[in-house]
Design a protein around this ligand. Structure first.
Ligand code: NAP
Length: 279
């Protein structure tokens, strides 16, 4: 089985350098896909209240031969429950749905700035961490202005910021902000949801030179950037492919070639957190 290097968060929690995305893995077939991912060697599993698969995830964890303590299980607070009391109840409900005693990582899913309740939601995560319901707390899709406010108003810096990140949208400024503040950047849709990125000729050339696949080159690029990719796959074969990233490396020139593919309108679905909101 592939050995995955570890990364240490600002609160000391260790995460493997690649995780597993579970969006759209639901029900009995979802359980099978998640079990296969654990068998393949994934230890970080990324879910959300809104994916409606915390139950499948919890069931896969119970059926797996890997102990609970070896797994890093993530879920996320939905935008409709940002007020303090609702956020606390939702975290409890997330645990009941999964049948777990604690989450390793719990994130605010979207800042939803027009509602202006994300600081309240953050206070709920801070308290839930103190009560032992969550080991590490972070956010998704937070821009520097949102993070500045959390830190200023609560004094607590998130451990993780999970953002859309792939070669067509490389998040250079957000990554620099996160790094400067000791926040680990996780990459969602690291393969661009298998859009035309997976046929990109410049990446294909690099893949051929390394005798690797295009997804492997893209995921290795994330790892070398210092970001933590969360590829989703329902296929055991592709799950293994996406984890087999640690027997080669990209040169500085190859990293730059991939970096140059990024453009300001490169988001897959135009989900700019300054105006896009999810509930
Ligand atoms: N925080 C947020 O707001 C947010 C938003 C979106 C996603 N996420 C998280 O990030 C995870 C990953 O993002 P994502 O699911 O949107 O997209 P993704 O991981 O970039 O792409 C998934 C797609 O790529 C295909 N695929 C995977 N590996 C492949 C390979 N080696 N070769 C060819 N195709 C491959 C999958 O198909 P198969 O399944 O058929 O292999 C699926 O269609 C999600 O599952 C979720 O956990 C978070």
């Amino acid at each position: 089985m592939t050995t995955i290097p570890q990364k240490t968060l600002n609160d000391g929690l260790q995460l493997p350098a690649v995780g597993f995305g579970t969006y759209k893995l639901n029900g009995a077939s979802g359980i099978n896909s998640i079990l296969s991912a654990i068998d393949t060697g994934y230890r970080l599993l990324d879910s959300a209240f809104n994916y409606e698969n915390e139950g499948a995830l919890g069931e896969a964890v119970r059926r797996s031969s890997v102990s609970r303590e070896e797994l890093i299980i993530t879920s996320k607070l939905p935008g409709r429950h940002h007020s303090y009391d609702e956020a606390i109840t939702t975290i409890q409900e997330s645990l009941f749905r999964a049948g777990l005693d604690y989450y390793d990582l719990y994130l605010i899913h979207w800042p939803n700035p027009s509602k202006d309740l994300y600081v309240e939601a953050w206070q709920a995560l801070i308290d839930a961490q103190k009560w032992g319901l969550i080991r590490s707390i972070g956010v998704c899709n937070f821009l520097p202005e949102h993070l500045d406010r959390l830190i200023k108003e609560t004094g607590v810096t998130p451990s993780v910021n999970q953002v859309e990140l792939h070669p067509y949208f490389s998040q250079e400024q957000q990554r620099a902000y996160d790094k400067e503040h000791g926040i680990l950047t996780e990459s969602w849709s690291p393969l661009g949801r298998a859009n035309k990125l997976l046929q990109d000729p410049a990446i294909k050339k690099i893949a051929d030179a390394h005798e690797k696949s295009i997804p492997q080159i893209i995921l290795r690029w994330h790892v070398q950037l210092g970001a933590l990719p969360l590829p989703k796959s329902s296929s055991p074969k592709r799950q293994l492919e996406n984890l087999s990233l640690f027997d080669f490396s990209l040169s500085d020139e190859e990293m730059q070639t991939i970096g140059k593919l990024s453009h300001p309108h490169g988001r897959t679905f135009d989900q700019d957190p300054s105006r896009y909101e999810e509930f």
